[in-house]
Design a protein around this ligand. Structure first.
Ligand SMILES: [Fe+2]
Length: 418
């Protein structure tokens, strides 16, 4: 279980080497895993889950972590907890890119309330805030700004974790990842943990929770799903038949259902399918990793202030072409998406480009940033992308020069030809 239990000190070259080696095909034949929460789906999913839990839990004290924007949605489900005899505490202090200080403050409230059930309600930030506060609640002396131990942490001696996503994108409800921000450094430093014990115990997919998502957020989060599913499929070292089926399923579900949601945001079935696709993408990448879509997306998103989902989504065609020069894994993906002959790389590229552009999203960076600002920041974007931990998980690992070239090609909408 090398990858599942490794603390993300991935910025260190030695750890990156270890990760790259553990992802080699030979190593993957020696050890593998598939980590997954229990998943309950549908309008009555929470009631069904709590009915089962209520007889198992001794204290029945539920601590809900959410943010101010989602608080109203979270309040709507409080009666369900009370119906099954839970005492509830609602904390709305979660923030985007959860700062460690805020997470520690949430943990202090947890220590006061002493829950045996922690419930995250929201997008990736609320879920990550809950994961971080849960770590600190169980181990008050643990420094959550440093990589968690390589070995067993021992979570769940005080509480279990339930995640109720309100977006259809991050897949955090199903992943072993936790990303916090250390705001005491300049610039703020991302602290990423990856540990099998961080996979929530329960993921509750209630379609009603995503019905009110505005259009831009719906598109952005859906592109995040597409990038998770694409990356976990295309990086063949980490993928296996379990993750492949989820990756392909998620891509097909997004292609089919996102246009329906955009046409009719109240289309319950399509919203539900998008929510399931997000969890499928989360399961796929948590078990098979993301790669260059996220390395490049993190860098351009941060420097040019582009929404995470959009930033990673627009990189898909470029990463596809870059990797296709060294690995033909994309051929199976083309086959699965109904492309059986001709120049399959070109047709697959076109399929992704047409889909993304049909959402009103340009794949060329020049649509988001003027040339002067782009040139001024090119070097730092290339550096950030190269240093991003997810680069170590790519089947083809570019150096800084290749990253620079990739970003330049992205600016003008040109596909990598090397
Ligand atoms: Fe993502």
């Amino acid at each position: 279980m090398i990858m599942a239990s490794i603390g993300w000190s991935l910025y260190k070259p030695s750890t990156r080497l270890l990760v790259a080696a553990s992802g080699s095909r030979t190593m993957r034949r020696l050890q593998g895993y598939f980590l997954c929460p229990k998943i309950y789906m549908g309008s009555l999913a929470l009631s069904t889950t709590l009915l089962g839990l209520s007889s198992l839990m001794k204290k029945k004290r539920a601590f809900i972590v959410t943010d101010k924007a989602i608080r109203k949605l979270a309040e709507e489900i409080l009666p369900v907890f009370r119906l099954f005899g839970f005492e509830v505490y609602l904390c709305d202090k979660a923030e985007p890119e959860p700062p460690i200080g805020v997470v520690e403050e949430i943990a202090r409230e947890m220590l006061q309330f002493e829950p045996d059930l922690i419930v995250a309600v929201g997008g990736g930030s609320a879920i990550d805030s809950a994961k971080g506060a849960w770590l600190k609640y169980e181990f008050p002396n643990l420094d959550i700004g440093s990589p968690v131990p390589l070995t067993t942490i021992g979570l769940r001696s005080k509480a279990i974790l339930m995640a109720i996503p309100t977006t259809a994108g991050t897949g955090s409800e199903a992943t072993a990842a936790l990303v916090l921000t250390d705001t005491t450094t300049d610039p703020p430093r991302k602290v990423a943990h990856l540990h099998q014990e961080l996979v929530p115990d329960l993921a509750i997919l209630i379609p009603e929770m995503t019905m009110e998502m505005p259009k831009e957020l719906t598109i952005g989060t859906a592109l995040d799903v597409l990038a998770h599913a694409f990356d976990s499929y295309i990086n063949r070292n980490w993928a296996n038949p379990l993750t492949d089926s989820l990756s392909i399923g998620a891509i097909k579900t997004v292609f089919k259902n996102l246009p329906k949601v955009l046409e009719d945001p109240r289309n319950f079935e399509a919203r539900f399918n998008m929510q399931i696709a997000a969890t499928m993408g989360g399961l796929a990448f948590s078990n098979a990793s993301v790669g260059l879509t996220h390395a490049l997306g993190h860098a351009i998103g941060k420097v040019f202030r582009i929404h995470h989902g959009k930033a990673v989504g627009i990189t898909i065609p470029y990463v596809l072409n870059f990797i296709a020069h060294v690995d033909d894994g994309y051929l199976n993906l083309a086959e699965e998406l109904g492309i059986h002959d001709g120049d399959r790389l070109e047709k697959l590229t076109r399929k992704f480009v047409d889909f993304i552009e049909s959402l009103g999203v340009s794949i060329a960076l020049k649509a988001y940033v003027n040339e002067e600002e782009f040139k001024k920041n090119l070097e730092i974007v290339a550096k950030y992308a190269f240093e991003d931990p997810t680069t170590a998980q790519s089947i083809r690992q570019p150096g800084v020069d290749e990253m620079r070239k990739l970003v330049e090609y992205m600016y003008y909408g040109r596909m990598p030809d090397w």
